[in-house]
Write a protein that binds this ligand. Structure first.
Ligand code: SF4
Ligand code: SF4
Length: 163
């Protein structure tokens, strides 16, 4: 017993240190492709729902509230799998390098965003997010139509009415 412990101590002291003094000193350099806390760029999101469909933790929720679509990300359930960022067609979700996510405040791990819906000029019904409509003239599908234009910050006429 004593000999085994002595042998173990010799092995421990004869090898270099393999742990880091983190959090009292610098941690390891993060590798390329590290998956930390997600961020969502509201100006890119078109509320397609792709991220919610693939999220294994089911932490992304959509609420259809008439003129707006509200999205919630409840990140205390996030497993940092990166699937949401992988499928997002608009590259609105980014996996940051942020890994120090322990907190006493739930709101630190909560993202909420509201996307306004463009409204049909004829029937008045909401039909698509303004972010998606904004992209149409850029892609040159409907350039010249009366309700979209490249210089409009938020798309259609309803956006102007709200301002
Ligand atoms: S974040 Fe991306 S995948 Fe999720 S709803 Fe927005 S555009 Fe779609
Ligand atoms: S990283 Fe994975 S678990 Fe976290 S929000 Fe994205 S899909 Fe869901």
């Amino acid at each position: 017993m004593f000999r085994a412990k002595f042998k173990e101590a010799v092995i421990c002291f004869s090898n270099p240190r393999v742990t880091l003094p983190y959090p009292f000193g610098p941690g390891a350099e993060l590798p390329e492709g590290f998956r930390g806390k997600i961020t969502v760029d509201q100006t890119r999101c078109i509320a397609c729902g792709g991220c919610a469909n693939v999220c294994p933790s089911r932490l992304i929720r959509f609420y259809d509230e008439g003129e707006r679509t509200r999205m919630e990300f409840i990140l205390d359930r996030c497993t940092y799998c990166g699937r949401c960022a992988e499928v997002c067609p608009e590259h609105a979700i980014t996996m940051t390098l942020e890994f120090e996510n322990s907190t006493d405040h739930k709101e630190d791990l909560y993202i909420e965003q509201e996307l306004y819906m463009a409204t049909c000029a004829r029937c008045g019904r909401c039909f698509e997010t303004e972010n998606a409509i904004d992209k149409i003239p850029v892609r040159r599908h409907r350039e010249g139509r009366n309700f979209v234009g490249p210089s409009m910050p938020h798309g259609g006429p309803r956006a102007r009415q709200r301002e």
